[in-house]
Design a protein around this ligand. Structure first.
Ligand code: 5GP
Ligand code: MN
Length: 323
């Protein structure tokens, strides 16, 4: 694989950029996209972030402006020869959503930290040692000795890192992460505000949904597996939205004695989003890959086209082989 220095050299040969993340974007994805975009802005390069869905409310803390991004749905995406396309935090081309259509037709730089990334870009920098793609973006920007990181870019990088380390609680939290955070603090970030935006600040309906979801919590395999679910009915009754379900899986994983926490989210009758989290040893990316998904050893996901009861049964059976 080529070095980050080479990525930087190749990237800076271009003047127009389209920057893409993944479907169902998380804090690492959103923070990384805009940190890179705003860095490119500072070099007077033309760039646009393309998103698969509208930004969740919590990203208000980043100060993203209307002109910084477009939704794929509103943008005439084409494979342009004058444009460098960059994919961030997307473990495979399908994760790019609509962006997948052009991934193999354009000059694409794939920057990621998923161990199972198939290196689908023209250039690839995939480093699974990094806690977050935000950490890689920080390293990339830091190669520019003339660049003085401003508070806005620093906040986006911090949100990315804080999100993927679960505010420094997960195993991926390294000394390097804290060194970067110290530099971001010097650039003036408000850690409290970022944490609150990423992990709390619930709307009433979302907190009611949490209550509903917790009431479905079940344990199996001698207490090593915990799972919960969100049915469409609960979303309707509470008025919560699908993106309010992100993070629910952590409650299952956080139960004492549990190795694998799982959430089953009923997107529709036959589309179930499954999230996996593990604590010590279960490679949940392998489990997710069995069902056509993927991810990290301690955080992974997949979508199963069955009813929620069927999905639950299939998944629990598989996970039991691992605990
Ligand atoms: P989440 O449970 O938060 O949706 O996803 C956790 C992690 O699993 C994500 O950061 C992503 O790396 C990975 N992941 C989730 N869903 C999928 C999927 O459908 N396919 C693949 N390849 N990875 C996924
Ligand atoms: Mn990530």
């Amino acid at each position: 694989m080529i070095s980050l220095e080479q990525i930087r050299e190749e990237m800076l040969k271009w003047n127009r950029f389209i920057i893409m993340g993944h479907v169902d974007p998380d804090g690492d994805c959103i923070g990384s996209l805009f940190a890179l975009k705003w860095y490119l802005d500072s070099l007077n390069k033309s760039s646009l972030v393309l998103l698969t869905e509208e930004l969740a409310e919590k990203y208000t803390v980043l100060g993203i402006e209307e002109n910084d991004y477009r939704l794929f749905a509103d943008y005439p995406l084409s494979a342009r020869e004058d444009t460098c396309y960059i994919a961030l935090d997307a473990g495979n081309p399908e994760r790019l959503g609509e962006g997948a259509q052009i991934a193999d037709k354009v000059f694409l730089i794939n920057i990621d930290h998923h161990v199972d990334n198939p290196l689908y870009g023209r250039l690839n920098y995939v480093n699974p040692e990094k806690a977050a793609v935000g950490e890689i973006i920080y390293d990339l920007i830091s190669l520019d000795k003339d660049y003085q990181m401003d508070r806005k870019v620093a906040t986006a990088v911090a949100a990315a890192i804080i999100s993927d380390t679960g505010a420094f609680r997960y195993q991926n939290t390294s000394a390097g992460v804290f060194r970067i955070m110290a530099e971001l603090m010097k650039a003036g970030i408000d850690v409290y505000a970022i944490n609150r935006a990423m992990f709390s600040n619930y709307r009433y309906s979302a907190l009611k949904l949490l209550g509903e979801a917790l009431s479905t919590l079940k344990v199996s395999a001698d207490g090593k597996i915990a799972h919960l679910r969100v049915e469409q009915r609960m979303l309707e009754e509470t008025g919560a939205e699908l993106n309010d379900t992100s993070g629910l899986v952590n409650y299952a994983r956080d139960l004492s004695g549990v190795e694998v926490g799982i959430s089953f989210i009923e997107v529709d009758e036959k589309t179930i989003r499954v999230s996996f989290r593990s604590n010590e040893y279960c490679p949940v990316n392998e489990v997710a890959a069995f069902f056509g998904g993927g991810g990290h050893p301690r955080a992974a996901g997949c979508t199963i086209e069955e009813t929620i009861d069927q999905a639950e049964e299939m998944v629990l059976q598989k996970v039991k082989e691992y605990v």
